[in-house]
Design a protein. Structure first.
Length: 398
């Protein structure tokens, strides 16, 4: 089989940044991650089980190379002892299981969090690419290149339009649901070469290294959710997570994710101390305009100049939606737009080209459930209704 993953750098930067923080501060945490497909594929994903298992076998044979470790060690926020850990690291096959339950593909990773958290992005990339290999690749790539050219043209047209106070900047956040690894590379390279004024980086560490781009990313929901099970009072888990992040990175990687228990509950914890220490906020669920207005109002209430802060939008963005948000906020604060599936898996209108809505989420830590109370209905993933009710009560979430 032509392997989907051939390098352990072929993952998102925030995997490494969360990994380092949790290794240094909570290396004993035990965790469980579960794969879920939220929409209906054209054929049962369970049919992919033999190929998925073969790909996982291969993934667990990979090690970081000297060149990869040298690159990671050259990032100023990556510490030498973490590089030493990665030098010894290898995924353990007995920590991850893939099986068929009827037509459903079930994938569960269980074990020490610092040994299983890295599976997520690789599993999603593997399932996605294996799924789309069964359809007409030539037609998909022809349509994908046509659509990519349209996006490039839209970006190039911005040079003729009136500029706002802050520049329009986009990043590739499309690894998890990409059509294929080769296609993501082509998309990122095309954007970097033809629209360098607006395209500022990628979350994919391998592509950032190979194409001399800025690797982008800070934290994901799993980092904050982990703190729901680390012995701090549940009401204080966000503050504990943010405080550990500040102590770990001391000014680097200063974009905080806001929607683990909703924007309102986040802002209640994001006091003057954190608002000054973090460079900005990332949106990942709920209405983006309402979210942005709440963020700006919060900075104004704290008497912080919003022009010194950055709002990053990353929830199911298209280029058109990113441009709309830019026109709304571009004179008021710094902005960034992480575009994912609509950049790396926009391959046409045919039914077989519809992207899979797949995730692999942290569901338990240290033997207890953890959850995200998303501002978007349907994004919550937790099988313990009692815990969800308790979490909603603690944070006064409807």
């Amino acid at each position: 089989m032509n392997q989907v993953i051939t390098s352990l750098l072929d993952t998102d930067l925030y995997k490494f940044t969360m990994w380092q923080a949790l290794l240094h501060r909570h290396p004993q945490t035990q965790s469980e991650y579960r794969f879920v497909c939220r929409n209906q594929p054209l054929y049962p994903l369970a049919e992919l089980l033999p190929e998925v298992n073969a790909a996982l076998d291969h993934l667990c044979s990979l090690r970081f190379t000297k060149g990869e470790l040298d690159y990671l060690g050259g990032l100023r926020f990556i510490k030498s002892d973490f590089v030493d850990f990665l030098r010894l690291f290898q995924f353990q096959r007995n920590f991850i299981e893939a099986r068929a339950e009827g037509d459903t593909l079930t994938i569960v990773a269980r074990g020490p969090q610092v040994h299983v958290m890295g599976f997520e992005i690789f599993v999603l990339a593997i399932v996605n690419e294996l799924y789309f290999r069964r359809f007409d690749a030539a037609a998909a790539l022809a349509s994908g290149r046509e659509r990519l050219a349209t996006k490039v043209g839209q970006l190039q047209d911005l040079a003729q339009q009136a500029t706002l106070r802050h520049p329009f900047e986009i990043f590739d956040f499309g690894l998890r649901r990409r059509y294929s690894g080769a296609w993501q590379r082509e998309v990122v390279q095309t954007c970097a070469e033809q629209t360098p004024q607006w395209f500022k980086g990628t979350s994919n560490v391998l592509l950032a290294r190979d194409l001399n781009l800025v690797p982008i990313g800070t934290m994901a929901h799993e980092y904050l959710q982990t703190f729901q099970a680390l012995g701090v009072r549940l009401r204080d888990f966000q503050k504990a997570a943010l405080e550990d992040w500040v102590q770990e990175y001391r000014g680097d990687l200063g974009i905080a994710l806001t929607d683990t228990v909703g924007m309102d509950a986040f802002l209640a914890d994001f006091d003057l101390y954190f608002a000054k220490l973090f460079d900005g906020l990332r949106h990942d669920s709920g209405d983006p305009v309402a979210w942005g207005e709440k963020a700006l109002a919060h900075y104004a209430k704290l008497r912080i100049d919003a022009h010194t802060k950055r709002l990053v939008f990353s929830d199911g963005l298209t280029l058109n939606r990113a441009l709309e948000l830019y026109r709304h906020f571009g004179d008021r604060t710094q902005l960034g737009f992480g575009i994912g599936t609509s950049l790396t898996n926009d391959m046409g209108d045919a039914r077989e080209m519809k992207p899979l809505n797949i995730v692999m989420k942290l569901t338990r830590a240290n033997g207890q459930p953890v959850a995200k109370l998303s501002d978007t209905p349907g994004k919550t993933l937790c099988d313990d209704e009692t815990y969800l009710a308790y979490l909603r009560q603690v944070f006064n979430v409807a």
